[in-house]
Design a protein around this ligand. Sequence first.
Ligand code: EPZ
Length: 455
Amino acid sequence: MNQNASLLKTVETTDFITIDPHKAMQASSLDKIRVQGGTQLNGTIPISGAKNAALKHMCAAMLTSDLIQFTNMPVGLKDIQTLAALMKEMGADMTLRSDGTMFIKAENIHSTEAPYDLVRRMRASVLVMGPLLGRFGEATVSLPGGCTIGSRPIDLHLEGFRAMGAEIILEEGYVKAKAPVGGLRGAKIIFPKVSVGATENVMMAATLAKGETILINAAREPEIIDQGNALIKMGAKISGLGTSEIHIEGVPALHGMTHDVLPDRIETGTFMIGVALTGGTVRLQHTRTDFLTSLIAPLEKAGVTIDLDGDDVIVHRNGKPLVGTDIMTEPYPGFATDLQAQFMTMLTMCEGAGMVTETIFENRFMHVPELRRMGADITVQGNSAIVRGVTKLKGAEVMATDLRASVSLILAGLVAEGETTVDRIYHLDRGYENLVGKLEACGAKVERLSSSRVE
Ligand code: EPZ
C-alpha cells in the first residue's frame, strides 16, 4: 500500500481532459464571481449529469477489472477530477473526455488507500471503501473531519461493513477495514438514520459479498436508483431500489458495461429557482421533473409555471409577485437539503414570509448572514429560519461557505440592485459545470474574475 502516495502528481492524460486537482485548486481558489443584478433569465441551459450519482458510479467501477464506460459524466467538475486523480493513484486507468464520456478500467489496482490529503478535500472519496472492501477485502481511508455544513460522521458506513464481518480499526486518523477470510458476508443491516452515503457504500460492498444483504431504512434518492441500475448492468443482483428496503444477493464477480448518468436534479432545481427570482423563460435541456416534485409544488405555489417538452423542462415566471411558502428538508422524496439555500434566497424576495426548516445537517444556514448583508430579513431559531420578504436586495461583497450556499448568493446577486461579488467560489467549481457560461447564455450579467484581475 502506498500510504504517502501523492495526489499532487498530474494524472496521465490522453488527448482529453488533464487532471491535476492540486494545481486546479490553487488556480481557482482566489477567483471571484461578479454579478450585476436586474436582468431576467431567458434562454436555454443544458443540464449536466448528476454529480452525486457520478461520484458513486466512478467508485463502483472499481468493483470489476473490466472496462466501464459512462456518458453524461460532468467531467468539468472539480470533484469528479479529484476522484479521478485518486483512482488513478490507486492504479485505475482513467480517461475523461470533454464530451462527458469517461472510461475506467480498474484492472491493476495497486493501492487500496485514500489519503487524508484527498479525503479532507472531498469527503465523497470515502465511497471508495465499499468497492475496495468488497473486491480486495481491504481498504484504508482517512477519516473525514467535519465540514462547514455539519460534523458528518461515517459511523453508519462502518457499522454496515462491520455487520458484514469486516474488522474496522481506527489508527492515526485512518479507518482500516479488513474483510474476514473468505470475504464479506451478507447481513441484515438496519440503519438507525437515513444516509445516502452509507446506503451507497454498503450496497456496493454487498454486491460481491457471500449471500444476501438486506438494507432496512435505506435512502431512496434517485442517484441511488441510478447507481443500483448501473450495478445491475454490471451483473449485480439488487432489488427494492427506490424503496427503503434494498436486497442485494452477492455474486462472485461483476463485469463491464456502459451507463448514461442521470441528469442533475439539484442543478435543475437551482436554475428553476433562478427563473423564479428573476422572471423570464428558460428551457432546461435533458432533464426531468419527476425527481423534483418536492421543489415543484412550492415553486408553483409561489407563481412559477413548469412545462415538459420531451426531455426538456420549460420554466417560466411572469411579473407577478412570488408568494411566501414553508419548506422542510428531509430525505428523498422530501425537500432536498441541497436546494435549501437557493430556495431561501427566493423567499427573501417573496410577498409575506416563509419558514425554512433544515433537518438533515446541523449547520446549513451559513448563507444567512451573507444574505442579510444584501438586505434580506431572516431570523434563525434553532434549525428553522423565518424569511420575511423584502422589496429589494442590494449588491454586496459576500463570501461563499459551501457549494449550495455559493450558488444561493449568485442567485441573490441576479436580482439584487447593483453589483454583487461572491468570494471563495472554488466551492462552486466542485459542483456546477460552467455556471457562469450557462447564466450568461440566458442574459445574466455575470463574470468570473481570476485572482489576478480582482480589484
Ligand atoms: C450526500 O451526502 C450528498 N453528497 C450531499 O450533497 C447531500 O446533501 C446529502 O447526501 C443529503 O442528501 C454526495 O452525494 C456526494 P448523508 P452524504 O449520509 O451521503 C448523518 C452537495 O451539496 N450521517 O445522507 O454525506 C449526516 O451527518 C452535498 O452536493 C451520520 O450520522 O449525506 C447527516 O446529518 C453536500 N452517520 C445525515 O446523516 C453516517 O455514517 C445525512 O447524511 C452518515 C451520515
